[in-house]
Design a protein around this ligand. Structure first.
Ligand code: B16
Ligand code: MG
Length: 218
């Protein structure tokens, strides 16, 4: 029986993935590393530091820790600049309704995001109170595809992993959910969500959570 829903943030609740891409592209350009949407796909759901490592590997570049920190800070500043005017209107279609209705139906709700900016974003979009527990990149630093962020969510909600569903837009997140013993709904394009139990284009497709679970996940 499913009793909890764990939501990824970037790409599921809000479309911040495009801003991460813009900021990383700026880093890559300055480092003269070719970096387009295809390469960016590998960064989705991956922590900030691991994302930088992937980009540096693409350019076969090795940097000392201080220089890495410099690029991480710049990237985050550019990213923060993009999200500074974010508002409730920026919530992706169907997300707020699903969060509210699922809670009314008695499901426990958690956020399971790799982002250290998750709380800032949730405040901007006015969804900070839509979650019973928030697990972000500050609480769990080990990156998806490690399942820690979702397992911590299940633990804090006091629900066994097999009774949780994860909603994810990234391949690394699907792998993390499966490794954690959870069911997983892929949100987005079929090509990047291998292994998900079911794939939807947007949360808007989940009209009724109970029907959705009995049709696709039981
Ligand atoms: P930050 P999610 C992830 O969020 C993003 O998908 C990923 O692109 C980003 O690098 C990561 O958060 C860290 O974000 O730099 O804000 O700490 O998809 O797990 O909600
Ligand atoms: Mg995501």
């Amino acid at each position: 029986m499913i009793r909890a829903l764990i939501f990824d943030l970037d790409g599921v609740i809000v479309d911040t993935a495009k801003y991460h891409f813009k900021a990383w592209k700026k880093v890559a350009k300055k480092l003269k590393i070719p970096f387009e949407e295809k390469e960016n796909e590998k960064l989705k759901g991956i922590s900030r530091i691991n994302s930088l490592e992937i980009i540096l590997n693409l350019g076969s570049i090795q940097l000392p820790a201080e220089e890495k920190n410099h690029w991480l800070e710049l990237k985050n500043n550019w990213y923060l600049e993009h999200i500074k005017n974010m508002k409730p209107d920026d919530v992706l279609l169907g997300a707020e309704q699903l969060l509210t209705k699922s809670r009314e139906e008695g499901y426990k709700i958690a956020l399971g995001s790799a982002s250290k900016n998750a709380i800032l974003i949730l405040k901007k979009i006015n969804l900070i109170n839509a979650f019973d527990k928030i697990i972000d990149g500050n609480l769990v630093t080990i990156s998806k595809p490690n399942p820690k962020v979702f397992l911590e969510g299940a633990k804090l909600l006091e629900i066994p992993p097999e009774e949780c569903i994860v909603f994810e837009d990234a391949q690394a997140g699907i792998i993390a959910a499966k490794r954690g013993g959870m069911k997983c709904v892929g949100v987005g394009s079929r090509d990047n969500l291998k292994g998900a139990n079911v794939i939807i284009k947007s949360l808007e497709e989940v009209v009724d959570i109970n029907t959705f679970i009995s049709d696709h996940l039981s």
